[in-house]
Design a protein around this ligand. Structure first.
Ligand code: C2E
Ligand code: MG
Ligand code: MG
Ligand code: MG
Length: 279
């Protein structure tokens, strides 16, 4: 057994060879260390205005430059961050980086097209009493116009405690930030609740966008989401746009914005700047 453990040590980083609970504990420890040692990165994915065909902003997406495992995606660690509570620290770091970057772009571009920044909030962050003062402090410290910051909250996070979520969103709204419901259509938000949240934007989940041009059902869902957004006075954003046909279909449906590999993958800042310059 000791020998087996000894052998397993060389394979520490293969999650399949360890007990999942042990792997999870180690991941928590590594993530705590990684955050403290500056291993997190933010990549930015452009979001396009479908009417003007211009960059309307970017979404900040966290990555973890793990010293042995390479660049990890949120799917590899965000659940563990959420369950362990580390997502508060992670989220505060991402918010700070993204707002600092947004303020830098606003300065160099003179309020140019890539300065709108979207940041994702997890369920636990939404329930954190320190969230509103944190957002206020970060915006103030970096001098970013609050209207240029969009906070994205999933439908699932909103429905965990809808009354508390509504109160938090009202407080965030009072700061002047833009609020989006992310992955719309995958949770169970009733229309009654949707109307009670002070939202500005509805992001249609990419699973529906993926089937847009092939499945009549998905096309109907996307069309309904766009109509719903517009009837509630929200802008409609499609995520996961991968093909020119999907983009054209979204234009025909009068969707406001789109984001996806068709335009660009999430990129580090220098690559995003080059991508923007090349357009
Ligand atoms: P999300 O907020 O819905 O972000 C969109 C995800 O779709 C991103 O995955 C993005 O890379 C991916 N994506 C964009 N365009 C396409 C496309 O055309 N095709 C496909 N197949 N995928 C596309 P990513 O970066 O792996 O992030 C996954 C999720 O992790 C995010 O989903 C978000 O819920 C969460 N996340 C990312 N960064 C953060 C963060 O800083 N804080 C928190 N709390 N959650 C985060
Ligand atoms: Mg998002
Ligand atoms: Mg999404
Ligand atoms: Mg998603």
């Amino acid at each position: 057994r000791a020998k087996a453990r000894g052998r397993a040590r060389v394979e520490l980083h293969d999650p399949d060879v360890v007990d999942p609970a042990v792997g999870r504990l180690r991941l928590i420890g590594e993530l705590r260390r990684g955050i403290a040692e500056g291993e997190l990165r933010v990549h930015y994915q452009p979001r396009m205005d479908l009417r003007g065909d211009r960059v309307a902003g970017v979404e900040a997406l966290v990555r973890w430059q793990h010293p042995e495992r390479g660049l990890l995606q949120p799917g590899d660690f965000i659940d563990v961050a959420e369950e362990s509570g580390l997502v508060r620290r992670l989220g505060a770091w991402v918010l700070d980086s993204a707002v600092a970057q947004g303020a830098a772009w606003a300065r160099t571009a003179g309020g140019g097209p890539t300065t709108e920044i979207a940041v994702n909030l997890s369920t636990r962050q939404l329930g954190d009493p320190d969230l509103v003062p944190l957002v206020a402090e970060v915006l103030d410290r970096h001098g970013l116009d609050p209207a240029l910051l969009t906070l994205e909250v999933t439908e699932t996070a909103l429905m965990e405690d809808p009354d508390a979520a509504a109160a938090t969103l009202r407080a965030l709204k009072a700061l002047g930030v833009t609020l989006a419901v992310d992955d719309f259509g995958t949770g169970y938000a009733s229309l009654t609740y949707l109307q009670r949240f002070p939202l500005d934007e509805l992001k249609i989940d990419r699973s529906f966008v993926a089937g847009l041009t092939e499945s009549r059902g998905d096309a109907a869902i996307v069309a309904t989401c766009v109509h719903l957004a517009h009837s509630l006075g929200l802008r409609a954003v499609a995520e996961g746009v991968e093909t020119p046909d999907q983009r054209r279909a979204l234009e025909d449906l009068d969707c406001d914005m789109a984001q996806g590999y068709h335009y660009a993958r999430p990129l580090p800042v220098d690559e995003l700047d080059r991508w923007c310059a090349a357009r």
